[in-house]
Design a protein around this ligand. Structure first.
Ligand SMILES: C[S@@+](CC[C@H](N)C(=O)[O-])C[C@H]1O[C@@H](n2cnc3c(N)ncnc32)[C@H](O)[C@@H]1O
Length: 236
């Protein structure tokens, strides 16, 4: 999150946070966070203060006044949307609520042009080459996105793919060192119509309006698969 702060020139300017990520709650001294899930605001948000507040609402239709913010920040926020329709709506809303020469800063999960195959992933897992379960899940979702040609990955499809490819959870624990309870969290996805999206960089860029002055992808560091999770920096 230090990386986000390094790209914020005015620490007192108003900022809009897409979500309630606590690590981003103090990027400026005037921050408005928004999330449409009340439980997330209740349980994850560190609380309102004179410098920050959380609103219940949808980023695609914030109801906030025009040109209210200098910064629009988030962490994985774009990956929560339905590709590509919601992207159009969010670019439009951000363009409206950010000031001229505003800046968007958001970490994005991007599928590489060659994310590997399911067989390669299975082999890597069984050799214990993937350290953490979250990185494994991202890899799996990115392969699914690539193979289907659709960046949106429905959670129930992820669950069913996991069951088909990795039927023996005891063996997974033995081979990978992942905790059984963490592996079992995949069961929450059973029957879920929710989706996340994992576009390639080109697919993401194809959604952007031509009006942006500059678009950059700044590498993030220090965790597994960070090479697939750059920070998007857009100067409007
Ligand atoms: C900020 S995102 C990503 C969180 C985490 N940093 C990650 O990378 O997985 C997660 C949050 O977005 C919220 N969310 C997703 N789409 C939304 C939308 N259109 N409007 C408001 N909140 C939304 C969800 O309720 C959830 O709390």
């Amino acid at each position: 999150m230090e990386l986000v702060e390094r790209h914020i020139e005015d620490r007192d300017a108003p900022a809009f946070l897409m979500g309630v990520t606590p690590e981003l709650s103090a990027v400026t001294t005037d921050l408005t966070a928004m999330d449409y899930t009340p439980q997330m605001i209740r349980h994850i948000w560190p609380g309102d203060t004179a410098h920050r507040r959380a609103l219940l609402g949808n980023w695609l239709d914030t109801k906030l006044p025009n040109a209210s913010f200098r910064y629009g920040v988030g962490d994985g926020s774009f990956n929560m949307l339905d590709y590509p329709g919601d992207f159009d709506a969010l670019w439009c809303e951000l363009t409206r609520i950010l000031r001229r020469r505003g800046r968007i800063l958001c970490r994005v999960y991007l599928t590489p042009d060659r994310p590997g195959t399911m067989a390669q992933l299975r082999k890597a897992v069984m050799k214990g080459e993937i350290a953490g379960f979250p990185a494994f899940k991202w890899r799996l979702e990115m392969i699914m996105a690539r193979e289907s040609g659709n960046p949106n990955v429905v959670k129930d499809d992820l669950y069913r793919m996991f069951i088909a490819q990795f039927p023996d959870r005891d063996e997974l624990v033995r081979r990978t060192g992942w905790r059984r309870e963490e592996i079992d969290t995949v069961d929450y996805y059973k029957g879920s119509a929710k989706a996340a999206n994992f576009p390639t960089r080109a697919q993401l860029q194809a959604t952007m309006p031509r009006s942006f002055a500059a678009v950059r992808f700044v590498p993030t560091t220090g965790y597994e698969l960070c090479e697939r999770c750059p920070m998007l920096v857009i100067d409007m």
